[in-house]
Design a protein around this ligand. Sequence first.
Ligand SMILES: [Fe+2]
Ligand SMILES: [Fe+2]
Length: 196
Amino acid sequence: MIDLLRKTPPSWAEHAVSRLPELVADHATCELQAAVFALALVGRYPGDPLLVDRLSALAAEELRHFRKATKEARHLGARSHPRRSNPYVSTLRAACRSGREPDQGLDLLLTGALIEVRSHERFLLLVPCLSAEPRLAKLYAELAIAEERHGPAYLDLAERHAGKEAARARLAELLVVEAKALEGPPDGPVAVHSRA
Ligand SMILES: [Fe+2]
Ligand SMILES: [Fe+2]
């Protein structure tokens, strides 16, 4: 279980729902990036059977989410846009240590966990704001159930990778980075991980 340090205010969801095509198109990109990230870890740690099994299954699930979100984005008339940066994810990745194990794998797995937990929190906020879009409300409610499993799945792999104590200590540090990544007034386009 991970308790985020900074709660997303309901105003984020109200604003996001006012620009649904933008939000859902960004969400589709996030799902694709989640699948790619999980598969990159599978490729990086082929000697860890549990990680390979769990993250390849997770990647397949994220890819199904990508297909659903893409379909909805098209339905909303969202314009396809080139792959764009995600400042929130970039901040977390920049905090990851590299070059030495188990630190490198630990940080990658923990940032994976944090992104999943934040996404889950935000999907839950969206659902009650989507009464005018029942199909999307149903989709985000379904996805929230799936994403709720992903954060703990990454955290468990992180604890196995580096030991429970080291994982918990580093998680406390990365939670601060995660909260700071969302600090400041809203800026730029509406996005799953935009500041609020
Ligand atoms: Fe997903
Ligand atoms: Fe996920």
